[in-house]
Write a protein that binds this ligand. Structure first.
Ligand code: SF4
Ligand code: SF4
Length: 438
């Protein structure tokens, strides 16, 4: 018997004990300090319990289980829902300090409705037997002019006629005025970015030419929730605003948002994906951001009413009492995610949409997809990527983001590593208090 290739071992933050988690066997345990240290040194401790839980294995038998789990993963992904992004324009009324799209071209003439019609025909022809939904994305898709309103109307009709849900990603400046229109659609959720309390938000997300936006965004959230539309409030965090996250949480709690059944939150990390940030020094690494969040929540646990950071699989583990299924691939691009824009181009996903050199083909004026460009995205997973195949945390990480990997290494089949063990350590100390006390 040998130690499993899939044991993730980490000392628990603020505790002398260790956590062991194995996504292939689906087991996780708190270990006494001595045993944790022994296993972390690679010492094979022959113990029945370790073998029963798949921490100690016959390598050939483990490989069989790995292959079977991989086949299950690929099969179940084939029936997963596909998310189809549509960008009617990259124009935006905001000039956010960190916007990655600020270098993209402005919209062309007035073929908007023709191209949108071609998008729906492409969806009908190519995703007929898949579960799917559409996400309206930008730029800012909810601009006030009649031309933008006509496109939003047409997207609402096109999705509703097909029985498809529609999600919207918006800065929410004009959301309140769009709410009556949106209630005609099958709206799955509206994703809105709010980067902090008023002063912080307005210092980062201002109108082109200057001007505050916080009040209008808050009004938009109120209007959407008031119409019972689901809101996913996103906060993009970096060193400039992370310390104000608690203040934002209390603002949302006091306004009654967190009590609304259709209100949820997510955090995004501001990172250097597309082009130089004006000030890279203000960016957090994935780990340092979660270190900050951990400290904030320890000092003010009420923040958890607003947002519960995932800390890799830690939140899932302590919420469900079990680990999630093995994640052989965390990048949905060209598998369960595609992006389309008003120029008629097709892209792998939102992180690549509109970016020069990333288009895979066109759906307008003619349909053509370059399979040689699609295949590297389709094939990308932890089995294909050499460094991932030997990584103990592969089934929690899934290889990270293909766009970030390509940006860093020049090709899609390279890893975008996640600090899984460190995040699990932080998350266990936060969410595993009962398990640690028991
Ligand atoms: S490339 Fe990155 S952003 Fe795009 S789908 Fe993959 S993980 Fe998501
Ligand atoms: S991306 Fe890095 S951390 Fe993730 S599985 Fe691959 S090698 Fe491991």
């Amino acid at each position: 018997m040998q130690l499993s290739k899939h044991n993730i071992l980490t000392p628990i933050r603020g505790d002398r004990r260790w956590l062991i988690a194995n996504l292939l066997s689906g087991q996780a345990d708190v270990l006494e300090p001595e045993l944790g240290e022994q296993l972390s040194r690679g010492e094979v401790v022959q113990a029945e319990e370790l073998a029963a839980k798949g921490y100690l294995v016959d390598p050939a038998e483990e490989l069989r289980r790995y292959r079977a789990a991989y086949l299950d993963f690929v099969e179940s992904r084939e029936t997963d829902e596909v998310q189809l992004f549509y960008v009617p324009s990259y124009a935006c009324n905001f000039a956010c300090s960190y916007c990655f799209q600020d270098e993209y071209a402005p919209p062309p003439g007035d073929q908007g409705e023709e191209v949108l019609g071609a998008f729906f025909r492409y969806v009908d022809d190519n995703f007929a037997d898949r579960r799917k939904y559409v996400t309206l994305f930008g730029g800012e898709p909810l601009l006030p002019s009649p031309a933008y309103r006509r496109i939003v109307d047409a997207i609402i009709d096109g999705t509703r006629d097909r029985g498809l849900d529609l999600a919207i990603v918006t800065n929410a400046y004009n959301l309140a005025s769009y709410v009556p229109t949106l209630t005609r659609g099958l709206i799955r959720e509206i994703q809105i970015t709010l980067d902090g309390p008023q002063k912080i938000h307005d210092g980062r997300r201002y109108l082109k030419g200057g001007g505050e936006t916080f009040g209008r965004v808050v009004e938009g959230v109120d209007a959407a929730l008031g119409a019972n539309l689901a809101v996913n409030l996103r906060t993009v965090l970096d060193k400039e605003n992370v310390r104000a996250f608690g203040e934002l949480a209390h603002f949302a709690i006091d306004r009654g948002w967190t009590k609304h059944p259709k209100f949820k939150t997510q955090i995004g990390r501001n990172y250097e994906l597309h082009h130089c940030q004006a000030d890279r020094g203000k960016l957090h690494s994935r780990l340092s951001l979660f270190e900050e969040l951990h400290a904030l929540v320890e000092a003010d646990p009420a923040i958890l009413e607003f947002h519960q950071p995932a800390f890799s699989v830690a939140k899932f583990l302590f919420e469900h009492g079990e680990l999630p299924s093995p994640l052989f691939d965390s990048c949905p691009a060209c598998k369960t995610e595609w992006a389309f824009d008003y120029t008629g181009s097709i892209y792998p996903c939102t992180a690549t949409v509109g970016k020069q050199g990333e288009a895979l083909g066109t759906f307008w004026p003619e349909v053509k997809l370059d399979r040689s460009l699609v295949e590297p995205w389709e094939e990308r997973d932890v089995v294909v990527m050499e460094s991932c195949a030997s990584c103990p945390q592969q089934l929690a990480c899934g290889g990270g983001c293909g766009a970030v990997a390509k940006n860093n290494a020049g090709h899609v089949h390279s890893p975008d590593c996640r600090p899984v063990a460190e995040l699990l350590s932080l998350g266990t100390s936060l969410y595993g208090k009962d398990a640690l006390a028991g």
